[in-house]
Ligand binder design. Structure first.
Ligand code: ZN
Length: 224
């Protein structure tokens, strides 16, 4: 039987999906978190994810899908490749894992279906579009229809961050009462450093600029 009050969060332990985890906790009674081990260089992020899930009192599972790394070359899984400092003009960044969100959400949907869950939550955002086509709203809507047709189900994919930027994501974390937790415990950094990170990779830059902008606005009493 479907539990209308249950949701499954695709959860990496990063800033975005952690904010989504607490968003889900606010909006659903029963929250599950699913992480993927896909051969990424940073296995630590799954350990961090597990810790956060435990503290948040949500069901957590990590699923191994190592075939992703074997399908295509990219800097997140290939130890010999450096992660891009800057995105090549007009091209995809070398941290792009082709089909990642397609696989993640398809697996998550099957996992959810087996547990009577029809709400899926993902932290993708089109606003800070970094060249990942599978973070776009059109892709998510299309996949939602496809998953429903594939399994004759009525899944609802929630994307709380789709139209907000990094600063507003910090604001959301603060509104949810988890600003400090997200700030100190999550990992977004390409160089595998939790919290404030290395400070110079593209992910750290985006994260820090967003935080500074949010804290400035908050100090002036401005809502973003
Ligand atoms: Zn970094």
């Amino acid at each position: 039987m479907t539990d209308k009050n249950a949701a499954l969060v695709v959860f990496s332990g990063g800033q975005d999906s952690t904010t989504c985890l607490f968003w889900a906790k606010k909006n659903f009674r029963d929250v599950h978190a699913l992480s993927f081990l896909y051969g990424q260089k940073h296995h630590d992020e799954v350990a961090l994810a597990r810790e956060i899930a435990r503290e948040a009192h949500v069901h957590f599972e990590a699923m191994e899908i190592p075939f992703i790394a074997r399908l295509a070359e990219n800097a997140l899984t290939d130890a010999s490749m450096a992660m891009d400092q800057e995105q090549p003009e007009g091209g995809l960044p070398n941290t792009f894992v082709p089909g990642r969100n397609l696989f993640f959400l398809s697996i998550a949907a099957v996992y959810a279906r087996e547990r009577g869950i029809r709400h899926l939550v993902t932290g993708v955002s089109q606003t800070d579009f970094s060249g990942y086509p599978d973070c776009r709203d059109a892709f998510i809507k299309s996949l939602n229809v496809t998953l429903n047709l594939a399994m004759d189900e009525q899944f609802v994919i929630h994307t709380p961050l789709m139209w907000i930027d990094k600063a507003q994501t910090w604001q959301m974390a603060d509104d949810l009462g988890v600003l400090e937790l997200v700030r100190t415990r999550t990992m977004t950094c390409y160089n595998n450093i939790p919290g404030n990170g290395c400070g110079h990779c593209p992910a750290c830059k985006l994260r820090r600029e967003g935080l500074e902008r949010y804290l400035n606005a908050k100090q002036k009493g401005i809502r973003l």
